[in-house]
Design a binder for this molecule. Structure first.
Ligand code: HEM
Length: 185
């Protein structure tokens, strides 16, 4: 491995480590703030609206990315197109997650409810998986742009599938529990 490549990899590892810390601290800050503040009643509706807008951005970006990835899996799209799409959609996914952590802190989550605790685990998993995805995309970027999924190494194939499954399960768990909480079910 050349020195430049090994430096690049170590830089990417450091960036990811920072990402894991940022997610963990962001999550803890959101939960801690939610236990410390008593927002004015009028704030609930705008915060809930912003929460939903953040769901649309975050979940929308994640679903679109997985649909694009599925098209590469099915052989109807080039790996290089997936790279371009991933670059443009990633900031939207992170904007959604940041918005959810921020607005959620003002929605007074009932943290001692087991389903809400499960939702928070799902939120954490979705965000940590988002950081981990960086490692997978770096790996995909090292492959030739016309690589077909069928010819990719088995390790990469399994990695793509497990990453997409983890992200979809975590996001949808958070969405369903959020809706159930709002409807009082
Ligand atoms: C991946 C992250 C998240 C997703 C996908 C998500 C999704 C949702 C959804 C779909 C709703 C229902 C909105 C409605 O039906 O009008 C909701 C409500 C809620 N969310 Fe989240 N959420 C996330 C993160 C958070 C976080 C981090 C917190 C708290 C720190 C939080 C606290 C709440 C609360 C308290 C409600 C209920 C608000 C109410 O109706 O009183 N959420 N969430």
């Amino acid at each position: 491995m050349s020195i430049a490549l090994s430096e690049q990899r170590s830089l990417a590892r450091h960036r990811r480590a920072l990402g894991y810390w940022a997610v963990t601290l962001g999550m803890l800050a959101s939960l801690w703030i939610s236990t410390q503040i008593q927002p004015a009643a009028w704030m609930h509706l705008p915060m809930l609206f912003a929460h939903l807008a953040s769901v649309i951005a975050g979940l929308g970006a994640t679903v679109m990315l997985d649909v694009k990835a599925l098209r590469w899996v099915l052989g109807t799209q080039q790996l290089s197109e997936l790279w371009v799409f991933e670059k443009s959609v990633t900031p939207l996914a992170w904007a959604g997650i940041i918005g959810l952590l921020f607005t959620g802190a003002f929605l007074q989550p009932v943290l001692d409810s087991p389903v809400t605790a499960l939702k928070m685990v799902a939120v954490y998993v979705a965000a940590m998986n988002g950081v981990a995805l960086g490692r997978l995309t770096d790996e995909l970027h090292r492959m030739p742009p016309d690589t077909r999924f069928a010819t990719a190494p088995t390790r990469v194939k399994l990695w793509c599938l497990s990453s997409a499954a983890t992200s979809q399960i975590a996001w949808w768990t958070a969405v369903i529990i959020g809706m159930l909480n709002t409807s009082g079910a």
